[in-house]
Design a protein around this ligand. Structure first.
Ligand SMILES: Cc1ncc(COP(=O)(O)O)c(C=O)c1O
Length: 488
């Protein structure tokens, strides 16, 4: 972490392995960051699949150049590589179906809408065969507007309102994931009112919490989501007592931006032990292992293809079920970030630039950090300020042969923690008016966007086959004023 980084939130940072040997010429650079050997190259593990540079050196995504995108739609701009997103959705469905098919079961692959949801994206993931995991009435409304049947959705959340429960049950939601004991009666009563039998899962808190490269396993985890594993049997008994509920099985989500399968293995093993106990008193046809599969935000991140993870999860479940002597349940998973995150790039225009001479903590050395300020910031990407998340940046409107310099990409908001990229190298001739692209911003950026300082949230454009089209309109000052009741 860089010295001035904001405090960490629930999503831990740094997101990158820190085992690399430092090859940095600037002592302010984090140990994992390498001076780029080929500064104009776009790392294929970080950038979306159709991103590249054209003959003039400009970045092109989906066949549309950065300058075309900026002149047509303005900056800041969220750009979604449609072919990339659709491809990842299809690969997730195929991989999980193939791998769980191999161990003799089936799987539902839900798209976690919280990562990013719009009508278009709901249609893309549905066309790829995904179901949709929603956690509010608003997400439900967007998915329904996209034509997704309620029966193909799952509903999460630790504090679903009575109105949300009633509406989703009434419209035939596929499954509700109960998060606590209070929700048993709330969902059962809604099902009674509507004269239906509602399928439910129970979110348990496995005590396994994974983030990035490590996982923690404790007896009980101190967090708001889910019922402690030790209490699961009592809650499931209450579910089984209500004839308007049908218990499908346990659910766990162990965290986000997870690399590797060790945390999932531990959680699956803990869940299946309870699952096996629950089988003594009734059906437990399914098991949901949640989402959280990590993506590369920087070249130091080692994200694995979803197919590898699917194979690992299938092996874990197969092995554990054999050991317990129980049938392999029908499975469910809920990836969000790994579907839409790598597809997104945010384009910004550079505004001001300043160099700061920074003295090391021991006073022994000094080095320059260059602040490159752009026309967006924490209002369009809160993850850096919230979690200390790492991102990468490249000059987008041209290539450059200038020597790379260490930069920090700052936003335009009234917070010193308003940073988009904590540390990366840009060509030393980066100048006001240049465009820069920050890759891997497809997930949890637009979803977490705000109107801080009365900026409008930027538009989202999909690019494919040389065309760009707005899939979410940007907000205007008129939009902001329209909600200000002082005017009426
Ligand atoms: C219950 C649940 N499922 C799935 C997800 C999606 O996680 P990710 O986007 O990291 O795959 C989340 C994210 O917070 C979640 O809380």
């Amino acid at each position: 972490m860089t010295p001035a980084s904001p405090s960490l939130g629930s999503e831990q940072s740094p997101s990158s392995p820190r085992t690399e040997v430092p090859v940095s010429s600037n002592p302010l650079a984090p140990a994992w960051l390498r001076v780029p050997v080929e500064p104009n190259a776009l790392d294929a593990s970080v950038w979306s699949r159709t991103a590249g540079r054209d003959d003039s050196g400009e970045i092109v995504i989906g066949g549309v150049s950065a300058r075309d995108l900026a002149s047509r739609h303005g900056t800041p701009l969220y750009v979604v590589d449609e072919a990339d997103a659709r491809g990842r959705a299809a690969e997730a469905v195929e991989s999980f179906r193939r791998e769980f098919g191999r161990i003799g079961t089936t799987v539902s692959v839900y798209y976690a809408a919280k990562a990013f949801l719009s009508v278009e994206v709901a249609r893309w993931v549905s066309a790829a065969g995904m179901r949709i995991d929603i956690c509010t009435g608003g997400e439900f409304a967007v998915a329904r507007a996209a034509g997704v049947e309620a029966a193909r959705m799952g509903f999460h959340g630790n504090n679903k309102s009575l109105g949300e429960i009633d509406r989703t049950v009434g419209e035939g939601i596929g499954v509700i994931v109960l998060d606590n004991a209070d929700e048993v009666a709330r969902v059962a009563d809604a099902a009674d009112r509507h004269g239906v039998v509602q399928a439910v899962r129970l979110r348990v808190n496995s005590g396994v919490h994974a983030s990035t490269h490590e996982y923690l396993a404790t007896a009980r985890e101190d967090q708001k989501f889910g019922v402690p594993l030790a209490d699961a049997a009592g809650v499931v008994a209450a579910v089984r007592d209500r004839s308007s509920l049908r218990f499908l099985g346990l659910h766990s989500h162990i965290g986000s931006q997870i690399f590797g399968s060790d945390g999932f293995a531990e959680a699956a093993s803990r869940l299946l032990a309870v699952h096996a106990d629950l089988l003594r008193d009734g059906d437990v046809p399914e098991l949901n292992l949640g989402g959280g599969f990590g993506i590369a935000y920087t070249s130091a991140d080692d994200s694995r293809p979803i197919a590898e993870l699917a194979a690992a999860l299938a092996d874990i479940v197969d092995e554990e079920c054999r050991r317990l002597g129980i049938p392999v349940p029908v499975m469910a998973v809920e990836p969000g970030r790994s579907i839409i995150g790598p597809s997104g790039t945010t384009l910004y225009e550079v505004g001001t630039i300043k160099d700061v001479l920074v003295t090391s903590d021991d006073g022994a050395s000094q080095a320059v950090r260059r602040y490159v300020s752009v026309d967006g910031g924490m209002s369009d990407n809160a993850r850096t300020a919230l979690y200390g998340a790492d991102y990468s940046v490249s000059i987008a409107n041209r290539a450059s042969s200038a020597d790379p310099v260490l930069v920090r990409v700052a936003g335009k908001h009234c917070e010193s923690g308003d940073l988009v990229v904590l540390a990366d190298y840009l060509p030393g001739d980066v100048a006001p008016g240049d465009l820069v692209g920050v890759p891997a911003t497809g997930a949890y950026c637009w979803s977490l966007a705000s109107n801080y300082n009365h900026v409008g949230r930027p538009p989202v454009v999909a690019v494919v086959d040389g065309q760009s089209r707005v899939i979410v309109r940007g907000e205007t000052e008129a939009d902001l004023l329209a909600r200000d009741a002082g005017l009426s």
